[in-house]
Design a protein around this ligand. Structure first.
Ligand SMILES: Nc1ncnc2c1ncn2[C@@H]1O[C@H](COP(=O)(O)OP(=O)(O)OP(=O)(O)O)[C@@H](O)[C@H]1O
Length: 364
């Protein structure tokens, strides 16, 4: 029977993990197989949260197990499957105290403004929370903090502890902090570089984030000094670059990729937003901003296209109305796209954590 169980584990190791595209035995995935009381137990541990895929894994594992079990001593056994996630830690051990419990800090960035970076950041954060992770979201967009609008927390002021720390504002299952919660009439309308960097660093390191699997940072748009300083001063697990398919936005997205590479922050991948427009009247879809751009950058810059999101009224209305699509229509098609992208980004962090030395790409 032991031989049977080993054969089973072997055949399960050949299954492909959809978030990385790699077979389980090439990943740091743990497959446990056991037999007790007439039941074969299979446990699979992945390095990213994927509660939403449990039923899918269950079906695929059953299908893979059948030929191995059929006709053998375990042919009549019941099959019980459980999916676990063990999220890697890429936070720095010497991080400021409030960030010590944060396993992974992920920057969501864009080379230029208005491409949907904040909308993507909030939906990705909600998506990983829906997959079972504990998630925080820091709105570091000094030019126009939009998190309070998107999460319906306008006018909320965070509690302060020991006159030194902010307590994050809980919203839709996320721990959030935004410059928007702190703005007063005295807050400068236009932040100068060092002042902006200082303010960002302060809310990042003086917020009591507690234990988090992922902290998403919605970066200010662009690739100037403020962004560079933030990327340099923080141990980031990686960056997600949001772009639209227009040539100009793509050029700026490349600058984003180059900026993160310069400071050795892994680029987890590209999200192409507003890729296709589907007419709400006739259902016809067309790539009004062009097509294939995100894929091209991903190929040219050895990163991956994490996914594409359509230009739809629902995404805009949901975000602007305080209930982003992943929360307003969790089982819908668009929420599914965000969840796929979020799992791929998290899986990329897992892959990177398994590599001892990331290749250093020199950008002159
Ligand atoms: N896929 C989409 N379909 C339709 N509208 C979208 C989509 N993505 C974002 N939007 C809308 O586009 C506007 C700009 O989005 P958002 O604020 O997320 O962009 P941004 O890149 O963060 O901008 P900024 O540079 O101002 O921070 C918002 O009104 C948002 O609701």
């Amino acid at each position: 029977m032991q031989v049977e169980l080993e054969r089973l584990a072997e055949s399960l190791g050949q299954l492909h993990d959809p978030a990385t595209g790699l077979p389980l035995d090439e990943l740091d995935a743990e497959i446990e197989v056991g037999f007790e009381g007439g039941t074969v137990f299979v446990g699979l541990t992945l390095g990213y949260p994927c509660a939403g895929r449990e039923a899918d894994w269950d079906a695929r594992l059953r299908e893979a197990c059948l030929p191995t079990l059929k006709g053998g001593p375990l042919g009549e056994a019941q099959l019980q499957f459980e999916l676990f996630s063990d999220i890697p830690v890429t936070g720095a051990a010497d991080a400021p105290e409030p960030l010590r419990g944060v396993k992974n800090i992920v920057a969501v960035a864009s080379g230029k403004g208005g491409v949907g970076k904040s909308t993507t950041a909030v939906n990705l954060a909600l998506a990983l929370a829906a997959e079972g992770a504990s998630v925080g979201l820091l709105d570091a967009d000094i030019y126009g903090p939009s998190l309070p609008t998107m999460l319906g927390t306008e006018g909320v002021r965070p509690d302060v502890k020991e006159q030194k720390f902010f307590l994050p504002v809980e919203a839709r299952g996320l721990k959030t902090m935004s410059l928007g919660y702190l703005m007063t009439e005295e807050t400068p309308a236009v932040w100068r570089g060092p002042m902006a960097s200082g303010a960002l660093n302060q809310i990042l390191t003086q917020t009591l984030w507690g234990e988090l699997d992922y902290l998403f940072v919605d970066m200010p748009p662009g690739t100037g000094d403020i962004q560079l300083t933030l990327a340099q001063n923080t141990t980031l697990a990686g960056a997600v670059i949001v772009t639209t398919p227009q040539d100009l936005a793509l050029k700026d997205a490349i600058k984003g990729v180059e900026m993160f590479r310069k400071v050795s922050v892994p680029v987890l991948g590209i999200v192409e937003n507003m890729s296709l427009h589907t007419c709400s009247q006739c259902g016809h879809s067309e790539p009004i901003f062009g097509s294939g751009g995100g894929e091209r950058i991903a190929a040219d810059y050895q990163t991956r296209l994490l996914g594409q999101l359509p230009l739809t009224l629902a995404i805009r209305e949901d975000a602007d109305g305080g209930l982003p699509t992943v929360a307003s229509d969790p089982e819908g098609e668009i929420a599914g796209l965000y969840r796929d992208i979020a799992r791929r980004a998290a899986a990329q962090i897992w892959l990177n954590a398994g590599e001892e030395d990331l290749p250093q790409i020199e950008v002159s």
